[in-house]
Design a protein around this ligand. Structure first.
Ligand code: SF4
Length: 300
């Protein structure tokens, strides 16, 4: 083997190992996949979902828990969508798969006025169809290909334009509490995914077939984050760590911390500070209950 080929192979192995570690850590930290799970990997045809499927299939071989994978693509009937690409690829790697065909493209075109952004309605329709499929097919986890940089972009979009301190969680209970969404790439850097995808030569399907432009605000966030990453290496890692390290008493949300009830102590009473935890507890209980119901197959 020539030096260049062996160097390239070493680089690829290192990259693959890092991505596997990132995904394995995220799965373990958030208990994303449990024994007996049926994981539906949503495949759009982009680099992120191809990488997700590849890494999960790889982990499936060595994971201490047994879980099933089903790859699902929603063909939204965008003009020029190359229908043969995904089935050919999925058959070549031997993964069970399903292609759902729904013409959401026409619905979006009919409902949204010319020139207005179509992504909001399009993604709502897509989400509804995928959630419905998951319920009908005994899926216990829906895996999406969002990565660390998507989470950070969403975080800053919410701060700059939404006035909210929120991002995109690695694990989520759907609003109707019938589905659990997981994002196993939550710790993966987009630049690693880009390189991995190029190495693997995935048959990428362009994402602009619908004619919609990439959301300009999100594009601006991506540029901002990439600029920071170049200028201040390590900054994005630090910001992501801060999402896992929240101090409600050092922010200003009176729903999360009982600022009103703060009392001076005369030293005689060592009572802990009044942290208001009603919201997280309610969420945790509902979450645990729904999760158990999904696992036991008793979810409504
Ligand atoms: S880019 Fe097109 S296909 Fe993607 S969410 Fe927006 S409207 Fe839908």
């Amino acid at each position: 083997m020539s030096d260049i080929r062996s160097k390239t192979r070493t680089q690829f192995n290192k990259l693959q190992k890092r991505l596997r570690h990132n995904v394995g850590d995220a799965i373990a930290d958030y208990h994303m996949i449990e024994d007996g799970d049926k994981v539906m990997v949503c495949l759009s045809g982009g680099k992120d979902s191809f990488t997700l499927l590849d890494i999960l299939m790889n982990l499936q071989k060595t994971a201490p828990v047994r879980f099933e994978i089903i790859a699902v693509n929603l063909d939204q009937k965008q003009p020029g969508f190359p229908e043969h690409v995904l089935p050919e690829y999925l058959e070549s790697i031997g993964v069970p798969y399903h292609i759902i065909e729904r013409d959401t493209y026409s619905v979006v075109k009919r409902v949204i006025p010319e020139g207005a952004t179509t992504c909001g309605l399009c993604s709502r329709l897509r989400r509804g169809i995928l959630y419905g499929f998951a319920e009908e097919h005994g899926v216990t986890k829906i895996a999406l290909g969002h990565h660390r940089d998507d989470l950070l972009e969403t975080f800053f979009l919410n701060i700059f334009y939404g006035g909210k301190l929120k991002a995109m969680p690695p694990k989520l209970l759907s609003d109707d509490r019938k589905n659990i969404v997981i994002r196993p790439l939550a710790y993966c850097r987009e630049k690693d995914i880009e390189r991995f995808s190029a190495f693997k030569n995935f048959p990428i399907i362009p994402c602009n077939l619908c004619g919609s432009q990439e959301n300009l605000q999100r594009k601006a966030m991506k540029q901002m984050l990439r600029g920071w990453d170049k200028q201040f290496p390590g900054r994005l890692e630090t910001i992501f760590t801060s999402l896992q390290n929240v101090a409600p008493s050092q922010l200003a949300d009176a729903k999360l911390f009982d600022f009103v009830g703060l009392q001076r102590s005369d030293g005689a009473d060592d009572a802990p500070p009044p942290i208001r935890v009603e919201q997280p507890l309610v969420f945790d209980r509902a979450f645990a209950k729904a999760r158990t119901a999904v696992i036991l197959g008793t979810a409504e």
